[in-house]
Design a protein around this ligand. Structure first.
Ligand SMILES: NC(=O)C1=CN([C@@H]2O[C@H](COP(=O)(O)OP(=O)(O)OC[C@H]3O[C@@H](n4cnc5c(N)ncnc54)[C@H](OP(=O)(O)O)[C@@H]3O)[C@@H](O)[C@H]2O)C=CC1
Ligand SMILES: O=C(O)[C@@H]1CCC=N1
Length: 266
């Protein structure tokens, strides 16, 4: 368990998911956590667990050692500039999960020398299953170890070069949506061939979980595992080939590159 006080600035989809993961993992107690947003109703469940939920960002920052910023990219500069005076590089670590905002941008806002971590998790952080890519500046070895431990408690953390952060956003963070669309389409197909929606949902989700675990736990390449499923002249290869004729892999790759170009352009 961490005994550091953590302030999450911007308790929306991701900020709230981070708070939930920190509590579920036991990394933080409710008393360690403050979550801010302007309209607090959606944080009532966290509040009832004992998490401080407030709208005063400055008070949250002053009361914490670790500041996780989960605001939208378009208002981060304005909101953090308003509370600039509260930042203290000798006491704080600033962790940003904001898409497209660089470490240098953050250091400029929070002040020179501020220990800054740029992290790209995904919403599975709420259940400690995030893939989180991190890079940092002005961070001591101890602070780096703390942040790595924090994100490892919330899933799997990997250190990357900052120039890959946009790619990490697409593959890891947007990737949750892409994987869920695959599952949704599988469910729709499953209903067409006879399952009720509930059973199709379970079969599709557990099958994707199993496929992912084969890669993660056994360190295998997908095609090696696909070979084991594809019986000659069987139904798997017939289905796979039809999916490829319809552009399955190509559409995924194209979607990933369009998503990447969108971040790079904005
Ligand atoms: N969602 C995802 O899967 C991922 C998102 N990200 C990044 O995380 C960031 C947050 O995304 P997401 O959680 O989806 O967005 P949300 O819009 O859900 O969350 C942002 C939150 O900030 C709050 N907010 C706005 N202004 C203030 C303010 N002045 N003070 C305090 N809180 C404020 C808003 O609540 P209110 O209006 O009540 O103040 C809102 O709940 C983005 O930069 C996004 O790029 C990164 C990885 C994954
Ligand atoms: O869609 C978005 O822009 C953000 C970035 C990663 C997930 N959601």
């Amino acid at each position: 368990m961490s005994n550091k006080k953590i302030a999450i600035i911007g308790g929306g989809n991701l900020g709230k998911a981070i708070a939930q993961g920190l509590l579920k993992s036991g990394f933080s107690t409710p008393a360690d956590l403050t979550v801010t947003k302007r309209h607090l109703a959606s944080l009532s469940d966290l509040q009832s667990l004992g998490v401080q939920t407030i709208s005063d960002n400055e008070a949250a920052i002053r009361g914490a050692e670790v500041i996780v910023v989960a605001l939208k990219p378009y208002n981060v500069k304005e909101v953090l500039t308003q509370v600039k005076a509260a930042f203290d590089p000798s006491r704080h670590i600033l962790i940003s999960v904001i898409t497209g905002v660089t470490i240098d941008d953050l250091e400029q806002i929070a002040g020179a020398g501020m220990p800054v971590v740029r992290a790209m998790p995904n919403t599975a952080i709420a259940i400690q299953e995030s893939m989180t890519c991190i890079c940092h500046k002005n961070v001591s070895q101890q602070q780096e170890a703390y942040v790595t431990e924090m994100f490892n408690q919330l899933g799997v953390a990997v250190s990357i070069d900052e120039k890959l952060m946009e790619a990490a956003t697409v593959l890891g963070a947007c990737g949750i949506a892409y994987a869920l669309r695959f599952i949704r389409a599988s469910i729709q197909g499953g209903i067409e061939i006879g399952f009720d929606a509930r059973t199709a949902n379970l079969i599709a989700a557990q099958t994707v979980k199993g496929a992912a675990q084969l890669l993660i736990k056994e360190n295998r390449h997908p095609e090696e595992e696909i070979d084991k499923v594809t019986t000659p002249k069987g139904c798997t290869i017939a289905g796979l080939n039809e999916m490829e004729h319809q552009g399955f892999s190509s559409s995924l790759i194209k979607g990933i590159t369009v998503s990447y170009n969108k971040i790079a352009k904005d």
